[in-house]
Design a binder for this molecule. Structure first.
Ligand code: HEM
Length: 413
């Protein structure tokens, strides 16, 4: 299945906050809630086993905001901060204004708002150094990296996603206000995909190179997803496993006890050079990835979701998918455990400005899943000609909070 499956209307009826029952009028003088088909009332759950914003069908917009703890912050203050953020994120995602909200009307249409918390090593260490997992540190340096140190740090990450940019801006401001006495903003990045409703449900998004991006992701809700991202194997006898064979059930083994129900995030900020990409013709573009530009089908097949055949040869006896094409390097010969969930967002800062991908990769085990892929891509990948990693961070994604708890409670208590 593809990423970018736009969520069904799960939660549609549940998502009406107190403010949404009113009889106010919209821009055209219509009663707001008579706007048939508007996506504003749609919600994603906040509380639960897992945090939302990972398996959640990817929304149209994302704000990533990384905070650096102020000097002298101790565990008790961190807990106070996390409680505040949890309470406000929980309210905002359900279309309810937090108590201190001075623009409460902006909270009314959540449009599938999610707030996903990521913890860095320094925040975790406030609860005790022994709780910091060994993988929670910057990735090893890759030859392709041109990292900006200012974009490669932070102690707490908020990944704020939703289908409405105004709602997102408001949520970011509220959560920023909650944070001012505890932390400084280390960096922030904004990304986007297709606007809600513009290309229909279930369609894979395109990135700024024009490629379909997300085709080979594990499908949300699948047994693959549970194993590959949550590291939670189940004993079902009828799994819908991927074409690569059954991913092992022990991928969560390197998640510490406080992270059960959580996962890991590697966030790479990857610049894409649109000027040099413009100079590559269509066959060169397709050759570099191993898929066609129009349908996204592997060069060995016809449809987007055909399983790539890396042994198929053309009339000259050459493999149809080059061994140095991106998908061959990212997949061919790697075991069923070496899979990730890519929840990527485009960014661009205007004509002649920066363009790229906020490459958010979720996986239960960085060492067994992300690194084998990234090491191979750094070694050889035709796509490297046009892409440059400029930011890189690693985050522990704690489990979801309980209704009377807060995100990170398992760590601090
Ligand atoms: C697949 C683009 C960076 C891992 C793909 C595909 C495209 C693509 C077009 C094929 C369609 C799909 O399955 O989504 C890009 C671009 C990148 C980038 C433009 C940078 C700007 C990365 C990085 C990694 C990665 C950094 C991991 C370290 C993968 C994987 C697949 C994939 C695992 C699926 C392979 C398969 O199983 O078929 N990428 N990618 N990509 N990419 Fe990337």
């Amino acid at each position: 299945g593809g990423a970018g499956l736009v969520g069904a209307t799960a939660g549609f009826a549940l998502g009406r906050g107190p403010g949404s029952q009113g009889t106010g009028t919209g821009d055209g003088g219509l009663p707001r809630r008579d706007l048939d088909g508007a996506n504003g009332p749609q919600t994603e759950p906040f509380f639960g086993t897992h945090q939302s914003g990972v398996e959640t069908p990817t929304q149209a917009y994302a704000h990533f905001i990384a905070f650096a703890l102020k000097p002298g912050i101790k565990a008790a203050e961190a807990v106070r901060w996390l409680r505040l953020l949890t309470a406000d994120a929980a309210a905002l995602t359900q279309g309810q204004a937090p108590l201190a909200d001075s623009e409460s009307e902006l909270a009314v249409d959540p449009a599938r708002l999610t707030v996903t918390f990521g913890f860095g090593g320094k925040l975790v260490a406030l609860a005790g150094k022994e709780h910091v997992p060994d993988w929670l540190k910057p990735l090893e340096k890759f030859s392709i990296d041109r990292l900006d140190a200012d974009r490669s740090k932070g102690d707490l990450l908020l990944q704020i996603c939703g289908d409405d940019p105004l709602t997102l801006a408001h949520a970011r401001r509220m959560l920023f206000k909650d944070s001012r006495s505890f932390a400084e903003v280390a960096w922030q990045r904004d990304g986007f995909r297709r606007a809600y409703g513009s290309s229909g449900e279930g369609k894979t998004q395109r990135n700024l190179f024009g490629q379909l991006d997300g085709t080979a992701n594990p499908g949300p809700g699948s047994e693959d997803f549970a194993r590959i991202i949550w590291g939670q194997g189940t004993e079902t006898t009828d799994p819908v496993f991927s074409a690569r064979g059954e991913p092992p059930a022990d991928l969560g083994a390197h998640l510490p006890a406080w992270m059960r129900g959580g996962t890991t995030l590697v966030l790479r900020d990857i610049a894409m050079n649109l000027d040099t990409w413009d100079k590559a013709d269509r066959p060169a573009r397709e050759f570099s990835v191993g898929r066609t530009m129009d349908t996204g089908a592997p060069l060995s097949g016809k449809d987007e979701f055909d399983v790539p055949d890396f042994t198929a040869v053309d009339e000259r006896g050459l493999t149809k998918i080059s061994q140095v094409a991106h998908i061959a390097r990212a997949r061919d010969g790697l075991g069923p455990e070496v899979q990730i969930h890519r929840r990527t967002f485009n960014y661009e800062t205007g004509a002649g400005g920066d363009s790229g991908l906020l490459f958010a990769s979720f996986q239960a085990d960085i060492e067994r899943q992300f690194l084998p892929i990234q090491r191979r891509l750094a070694e050889v990948d035709l796509l490297n000609e046009w892409t440059t990693p400029i930011g890189s961070t690693v985050w522990a994604i704690p489990p979801g909070a309980t209704e009377d708890g807060y995100v990170g409670q398992e760590l601090f208590e």
